[in-house]
Design a binder for this molecule. Structure first.
Ligand code: CP3
Length: 342
C-alpha cells in the first residue's frame, strides 16, 4: 500500500502529531451534491453502486468539490444482506426495503455459504479504479455496517426509528440471533479483509443503530461482534468504530484494538475524552443539522469543537451522515473551518 500525499488522516489514526486535524464527512459521497443528483436521476442506486466507473466518479466527486482529507468508497452497508441472498431494494424517497426479511430461526439456518469476494466483485473493482482516480492524493476508507445494524435491516425489512421487530427477534430467539450475528460477522470480516488486500487505507464500521440497545443488550448483541471484526482487521489497516448513540459504551470500546472511535453530538468532547481515558483518537461530532446554520455560525461552532477536542488524536467529522438538504457551500465552510484552524 502506498502512502497518500495527504496523510493527515492516517497520522491522526496512528496518534501522531499533526499541524491541524484532518477532516472528512460521513456520507460525503452523494446526497447533497448537485452532480450526484444528476447521476441519481439517470441510474438506480444499485446501478450506481455496481458500476465501478460510476462508483469511482461519485467517490471522487466530494474530494474535488468540497476538499476533505479522505475519500469513502461509494457503496452501501446493505450489500452484505444482498450477498447473502436477502434481496435489498432502494425505494426512492423511502429508503431500503427487504421484501423477504428474516423472521424465523429456520431462515437463519437456510442462509447460504458464500464467497463474498466473488459475490461482491464489483466493490473490489470500484476500489481498484478509485485508487487510480485518486492519484494518491488522499487515503481511501472502506466500510461495512456492524453486525447488529445489518441484523436490524435483515429482520425489520426496512428502516425504522425503533427496529422493534429486530429487537423482538433477538429477545425471543437469542440463539438464532447470535447465529445470524456470527454469520454476518464472518462474512463482514472476509469482505473487509479483501478490501484491505485491495488497498484501502482504513476501515470504518458503522453501528448506526447501536444506540437503540440498552447498555446490557449492547454488550450482548453488538459489542462482541464489533470486537471480533476489529481484532481480525486491525493489524492490516487502522479501524474506526462509529457507534451512534453509544456514549455509554465508549469506555469499553476504547479497550478494543481500534485506531479511533466515532462520536455523535449528544456527548461533549470533554466527556468523550474522559470515557476513553484520553488515549483513543476520537472522530466527530458536529451535528449534521448544524450545517444548516449561517456560515459564520458553522465556522464558530467548528472552531469551538476543535478547541474542545484538541488537535491531537482528533479527526474532525460530523456526528452522523450529512443530510441531503445541506447547501454545498455550507459543507465547504465546515471543511475549510477545520483546514484554517489555528
Ligand atoms: C444505516 C446505513 C445505510 N447505509 C449506510 C449506513 C451507515 C451510515 C449511516 O448511519 O448513515 C452507509 C452508506 N450508504 C451509502 C454510503 C456511501 C458513501 C457516502 O455516501 O459517503 C455509505 C457510507 C450510500 C447510499 N445509501 C443509500 C443512498 C440513497 C439512495 C440513492 O442514492 O438512491 C446512498 C447514496 C440508501 C440507504 N442506505 C441506508 C439507508 C438508511 C438508505 C436510505 C436513506 C439515505 O441514506 O439516503 C442504510
Amino acid at each position: 500500500m502506498t502512502t497518500p500525499k495527504n496523510d493527515l488522516f492516517l497520522k491522526a489514526l496512528r496518534g501522531e502529531k499533526v499541524e491541524r486535524p484532518p477532516v472528512w464527512m460521513m456520507r460525503q459521497a452523494g446526497r447533497y451534491l448537485p452532480d450526484f443528483m444528476k447521476l441519481k436521476e439517470k441510474y438506480s442506486f444499485f446501478e450506481r453502486a455496481e458500476n465501478p466507473e460510476l462508483a469511482t466518479e461519485i467517490t471522487v466527486m466530494p474530494i474535488h468539490q468540497v476538499g476533505p482529507d479522505a475519500a469513502i468508497l461509494f457503496s452501501d452497508i446493505l450489500v452484505i444482506p444482498q450477498a447473502l441472498d436477502v434481496e435489498v431494494q432502494m425505494v426512492p424517497g423511502k429508503g431500503p426495503y427487504l421484501p423477504q426479511p428474516i423472521r424465523t430461526p429456520e431462515q437463519v439456518d437456510a442462509l447460504p455459504e458464500i464467497d463474498v469476494k466473488d459475490r461482491l466483485h464489483y466493490v473490489y473493482s470500484a476500489i481498484d479504479l478509485t485508487l487510480e482516480a485518486l492519484e494518491n492524493e488522499v487515503p481511501l476508507i472502506g466500510f461495512a455496517g456492524s453486525p447488529w445494524t445489518i441484523l436490524c435491516y435483515m429482520v425489520e425489512g426496512q428502516g425504522s426509528k425503533t427496529f422493534d421487530k429486530a429487537k423482538e427477534f433477538c429477545f425471543a430467539h437469542p440463539e438464532a440471533a447470535h447465529k445470524l450475528l456470527q454469520k454476518i460477522t464472518d462474512v463482514t470480516i472476509a469482505y473487509l479483509r479483501h478490501k484491505q488486500e485491495r488497498g484501502v487505507h482504513a476501515i470504518q464500521v458503522f453501528d448506526s443503530w447501536g444506540g437503540l440497545l440498552s447498555p446490557e443488550d449492547y454488550r450482548t448483541f453488538s459489542l462482541p461482534y464489533i470486537q471480533q471484526i476489529t481484532e481480525a482487521l486491525h493489524e492490516h489497516t487502522p479501524v474506526i468504530a462509529f457507534a451512534k448513540g453509544c456514549w455509554f459504551a465508549l469506555e469499553e470500546m476504547s479497550q478494543m484494538p481500534v485506531s479511533a472511535l466515532g462520536v455523535d453530538w449528544t456527548i461533549s468532547p470533554q466527556m468523550a475524552r474522559e470515557f476513553t481515558s484520553f488515549h483513543t483518537t476520537l472522530q466527530g461530532n458536529f451535528d449534521p443539522a448544524r450545517l444548516l446554520s449561517p456560515i459564520p455560525e458553522i465556522e464558530r461552532l467548528t472552531k469551538q469543537m476543535i478547541d474542545e477536542f484538541g488537535t491531537y488524536k482528533y479527526i474532525a467529522n460530523l456526528g452522523h451522515g450529512i443530510l441531503p438538504n445541506i447547501p454545498v457551500d455550507h459543507a465547504k465552510a465546515f471543511i475549510n473551518a477545520v483546514k484554517n484552524y489555528g
